[in-house]
Design a protein around this ligand. Sequence first.
Ligand code: UDP
Length: 324
Amino acid sequence: MHILVCGGAGYIGSHMARWLALRDHRVTVLDNLSTGHREAVQWGELVEADLLDRASLDRAFEGRRFDAVMHFCARSLVGESVQDPYAYYAANVSGTLHLLETMRRHGVDRLVFSSTAAVFGHPNSARIDEDHPKQPINPYGASKLMVERILADAAGAYGLRSVALRYFNAAGASPQATIGESHSPETHLIPNVLRAALGTGPALKVFGEDYATPDGTCVRDYVHVDDLAEAHLRALDYLDANAGAHAFNLGNGQGFSVREVIAAAEAVSGRKIPFSIEPRRAGDPAVLVAASDKARAALGWVPAYDRLEPILETALRWHRAQPY
Ligand code: UDP
């Protein structure tokens, strides 16, 4: 199949492009390179286009016949979304709407969409399944939930087939270390822990140790980026037999605290990680762990990386090489 990977120059999108190419699919990457990296586009053609520029989107679709779209483009920093919600609703909602309209004009009726655990807001159970109430607590989560709603309406009105995949904490890198996580500024725990270990970044700031968790630090569900890519492939297959709009939560189903991540990173790197305890970061729930039973049952998805250390090893390899 010929797949358009929107946001394919970014962290998860570039891993998707690789995964598709490994399975002999044809890939075209669409990206505006605002946060993505030209160097990350190693599989398929790069088309520079912006979801907020309809003409550039049309040009990307003209003369190319896509079987499906995988949509990773988004602004995704919770704190920034609180400070500048217009930018988030514009990029994530209006931008996606333009993409959907363009797909419709060009007769493309299959979409796999990057959603997020942030659609749930504060969790009211230890493991979050798809029926958990969706009450986002920041514009980022709200913007993704709005798109999920649009997808449901588009299924009814236009017959769009879609799967929204709600990632918990994407982590790790391709084992070859030619692509990986590279944000500026970097706000995510694992890159910050590893850069502190390698001395390529500052000492880690641990945001809060007074949460109602076993060691007082926040607990998250880390899922390897290649496992996410595999779930996308399976979601695409799922759409062959299933019309409508679907959503699945994707995580390992295991929670690790910030302190556990630090300890595991010290074990895999052999380095002591300098850190300080800081106040809580606004908007961080204490625990976010997925119940991915629905994805396992419907997609036959079983994460290959079910332990933290191998995930950290791939990330560490990337941070040692870090070509971009
Ligand atoms: N965190 C931290 N120091 C950092 C980055 C993150 O203590 O430099 C904590 C953060 O407060 C959260 C967890 O690590 O509890 C995971 O944060 P991340 O930003 O990686 O992902 P999120 O869960 O916010 O999507």
